[in-house]
Design a protein around this ligand. Structure first.
Ligand code: UGA
Length: 442
């Protein structure tokens, strides 16, 4: 039975995973090569915003079931199974940069070499199909001098949503285990049985390549669903009486389709969908396949930005010289992550016109400063952001923006107009001001 777990990479995936394991009968050692991050975590501060994480981290540090380190030696010596949760960013051509996975596996191999007991390596980072069987296994064999069987190896994808990471770790829809051999798979299954107890989620045990493909196919499918509804929204935009929200509701009532991921808007962003969809397209090319569906999914996503700019321009009778308030910068509510945020993409597009842009976000202002610098004005309050502007664009649907009504807009804005890119509001609430919503037929 595994009691001691190692986690490599204390980011959006690794830190919540470490704290979750440490809160349920495991001793966890988490490694990151970023020393500043380690110091922060040791003090009980989370380098990222994730619901409930700060409290859980403080708890597991106090209970001494979790410790952070930058030493691979400590990590391997003090754990029985190790989860690799490092980033897999994109190369300029869209393919996956496996540098951090390679580095982590090489470092683990160095200490695995000197270990005289079985050790399980579990890759959680998203990697192209066949990477575990080929690259990861090859490095382990060559660098550790050991053979599969002396160590265990699995690919075990994560399906965590940012902002809901802990919720998804404690209550996942499913667990997918891609094991290189029977013993590795059984051991990982035992870890999850111990973690979930009586509420073990549905589990599929297969080979690593299927598991790797399941991860990509899941994200590509979800992005396709969003692009599909955005395609319908473009149709609705051009039909006077059509409303994509009602259409989505009607489609979603079919159990085979489902209502989730049918919210039209600015499109999909974040650290996962854009990277994974592009990587999948590229992966297809390597197999000699032209994945036209995936290409269209990307094209539709890009087109939503142009559509938003067109609507904004119509709403204020030409963008030239206008002051625009942007509400929401994170790629979705509940996170401070701005990677591939559609809101920032929209701002970059709007900046091509002669406009002044004021921005607000409850969590990510600082992160955006390093991206947009002095090109925009940063506002700490919604009121400050709205003051004197000609157009308010709701770009990320944070719950606090729901409180905004036409009285507030009339009070602060120069010429109140609102473009709701995430369908947060009921159009009827804004009878006295110029209003448009993405996907709505006007
Ligand atoms: C996504 C997947 O949902 C997770 O299952 C997966 O584990 C994760 O990627 C990953 O690969 O690590 P996440 O990136 O946190 O999670 O974000 P989502 O909640 O899936 O949203 C992605 C984007 O789609 C956001 O920009 C969101 O605004 C957009 N979206 C989502 C829509 O525009 N409409 C929808 O109906 C749903």
């Amino acid at each position: 039975m595994v009691n001691k777990i190692g986690v490599v990479g204390l980011g959006y995936v690794g830190l919540p995973l470490s704290c979750a394991f440490a809160s349920r009968s495991f001793k966890v050692i988490g490694l990151d090569t970023d020393l500043e991050k380690i110091e922060l975590i040791k003090r009980g501060e989370t380098p990222i915003y994730e619901e409930g994480l700060q409290d859980l981290l403080k708890r597991v540090l106090k209970e001494k079931t979790f410790k952070a380190t930058s030493s691979y030696r400590e990590l391997v010596e003090e754990s029985e199974a190790c989860f690799i949760c490092v980033g897999t960013p994109s190369n300029p051509d869209g393919s996956v940069d496996l540098r951090y996975v390679r580095e982590a596996v090489e470092m683990i191999s160095e200490y695995l070499k000197r270990l005289d007991r079985y050790f399980l390596i579990v890759v959680r980072s998203t990697i192209p199909p066949s990477t575990t069987c080929n690259l990861v296994r090859k490095i382990l064999d060559e660098r550790s001098g050991k053979k599969l069987g002396e160590y265990g190896l699995c690919f075990n994808p994560e399906f965590l949503r940012e902002g809901k990471a802990l919720q998804d770790i404690f209550n996942p829809d499913r667990i997918i285990i891609g094991s290189m051999d029977e013993r590795s798979g059984e051991l990982l299954l035992e870890i999850y049985k111990k973690f979930h107890g009586d509420s073990m989620p549905p589990t599929l045990v297969t080979n690593p390549t299927n598991a790797e493909l399941i991860k990509y196919a899941s994200n590509v499918f979800l992005a396709t669903k969003v692009s599909f509804i955005n395609m319908i929204s473009q149709i609705c935009q051009r039909l006077p009486d059509a409303d994509v929200r009602i259409v989505a509701e009607g489609i979603g009532m079919d159990k085979r389709i489902g209502r989730e991921f049918l919210n039209a808007g600015l499109g999909w962003g974040g650290s996962c969908f854009p990277k994974d969809v592009k990587a999948f397209l590229r992966f297809g090319q390597e197999l000699g396949l032209h994945l036209k569906l995936v290409e269209s999914v990307i094209e539709i996503n890009e087109a939503q930005i142009a559509e938003a700019v067109r609507l904004a321009d119509n709403l204020v009778g030409g963008l030239n010289g206008k002051i625009i308030s942007i509400l929401g910068l994170a790629f979705k509510p509940g996170t401070d992550d701005v990677r591939e945020s559609r809101s920032i993409q929209l701002i970059k597009e709007l900046l091509k016109y002669n406009v002044r842009i004021k921005v607000h976000d409850p969590k990510s202002l600082e992160k955006v400063m390093s991206i947009l610098g002095d090109k925009v004005t940063y506002c700490k309050t919604i009121e400050e952001c709205l003051t004197d502007s000609d157009l308010c664009i709701l770009a990320t649907e944070w719950a606090e923006y729901k409180e905004i009504n036409q009285e507030i807009l009339k009070k602060y804005m120069r010429k109140p107009a609102l473009l709701d890119c995430r369908r947060l509001y009921e159009p009827a609430q804004f009878k006295e001001i110029k209003f448009a919503a993405m996907g709505l037929g006007y």
